[in-house]
Ligand binder design. Structure first.
Ligand code: NIG
Ligand code: FE
Length: 399
């Protein structure tokens, strides 16, 4: 990649990225198929926005020019599900799991203890490190959840720290029942829907609940999400990860933006997703790292469900921030085509966050894109484990 800058006194405001072998726009009106593919393309960035997209030979004059040298370009990945505010790691639990012990919700308690004991500085630094790690792999939007504090003060602290790194902040006080309430889960739900919500609602856009055996049942999850909605938070649900259950249907019924995991689904669950507005966000890093059966993306797509992909970065079930890894898993293990997986990791994530300004490369969108050391986006699945992301623009800035 070569860069040539005009000699001007004022800082350049427009940049053309030319010589893009294949550009994924995710705007079908701009190119071929659902991904809106343009061959031999150029993109013009003006400040933090996309100003123009088209054939490279027709690119308008700009202050600055970058030659992509025949690389592919895609919208920056939109990661709609992460748990980055934590301290410690769970190497021992992972080791035990790889020796045959099953994953359970209980492991979350280890991270709760480490997170509560950590200073603000340590938690800030951890989030910054994982956001930077994800960005190097092409992720330009990331949602971040609380969920390892489980007191009003610790949850509000986690949300404040998350909010310093992203606008997409999710209150997950109902991750598991706090250890102090082990004998009184109803008391914990009262705390989450009362004083904890009071402390946390001002710092979050979304409310989430882990609806699962060992965490919260359908009635408890409903109480949490309904209370959050009354405070203006929009629901998203950890649903049907480890077992069949009410999570997905509850998510659709309450108009959740997303039902996440969707690993164990009945026909009724799939029908509900197909008929509702709720995105199914699949998190194959969790199945990879817990040695579990993958969700059936093909079944969901064939039923007409909107699918998103996310790494679910957390220290327990999926300690990866890599969207390219998830794209490769989705194609190899979940029946998605490379085009479907790349769409799910970009436009799908944007749908799951109800965003129209990211997950696409078209005029007016935020200037978030990644160049790949490959002639097309298909190589993300074709060349698993290879660090193909060679340049990332975030809000118009090359990072
Ligand atoms: O999405 N399922 C619940 N929460 C996380 C795991 C959290 C943990 O194990 O620390 C998940 O997989
Ligand atoms: Fe999660």
């Amino acid at each position: 990649m070569t860069t040539a800058t005009n000699a001007t006194t004022a800082p350049p405001t427009t940049t053309a990225i030319t010589g893009i072998a294949t550009l994924v726009t995710n705007d079908p009106s701009l190119g071929e198929g659902p991904l809106g593919l343009i061959q031999d393309a150029a993109v013009v960035i003006d400040g933090d926005r996309i100003a123009w997209v088209g054939e490279s030979s027709k690119a308008p004059a700009t202050d600055n020019r970058v030659d992509a040298g025949g690389r592919a370009a895609i919208p920056g990945f939109v990661d709609s599900h992460s748990h980055l505010v934590f301290a410690g790691d769970r190497t021992e639990e992972f080791n035990a799991r790889m020796s045959g012990r099953p994953y359970s919700a209980g492991g979350i308690r280890t991270t709760v203890a480490a997170t509560r004991a950590a200073s603000n500085n340590v938690l800030h630094a951890n989030v910054g490190r994982y956001v930077a790690e994800a960005r190097r792999q092409g992720t330009t939007t990331v949602e971040i959840k609380s969920g390892y504090g489980l007191t009003s003060q610790d949850e509000a602290r986690a949300l404040t720290i998350a909010g310093a790194h992203t606008d997409e902040v999710t209150f997950l006080g109902a991750h598991i029942v706090a250890p102090e309430f082990a004998d009184d889960p109803a008391g914990y739900v009262d705390l989450v829907t009362g004083p904890m919500l009071d402390a946390c609602a001002p710092h979050a856009r979304w409310i989430d609940v882990f609806c699962e055996r060992g965490a919260f049942d359908g009635d408890q999850a409903r109480a949490v999400l309904t209370a959050g909605k009354e405070r203006g938070l929009i629901p998203r649900v950890h649903a049907n990860q480890l077992s069949y259950g009410p999570g997905v249907r509850l998510a659709v019924e309450l108009g959740a933006a997303s039902a996440d995991h969707c690993t164990h689904l009945t026909e009724e669950d799939v029908d509900a997703l197909a008929q509702g507005e709720t995105v199914a966000t699949l998190l194959p890093g969790a199945e990879f790292s817990t040695r579990s059966t993958y969700p059936d993306a093909r079944r969901l797509l064939d039923a007409g469900v909107t699918v998103a992909l996310s790494p679910d970065c957390n220290p327990g079930s999926s300690f990866t921030s890599s969207m390219p890894f998830c794209v490769a898993l989705a194609v190899r293990e979940m029946g998605m085509t490379p085009d479907e997986a790349v769409w799910a990791a970009t436009a799908g994530g944007a749908r799951a966050l109800r965003r129209t300004d990211v997950g696409r490369v078209n005029p007016g969108a935020r200037a978030d894109l990644a160049l790949l050391d490959a002639p097309s986006h298909v190589h993300l699945a074709y060349r698993p484990g290879v660090p193909l992301v060679s340049a990332v623009w975030h809000e118009g800035t090359l990072i």
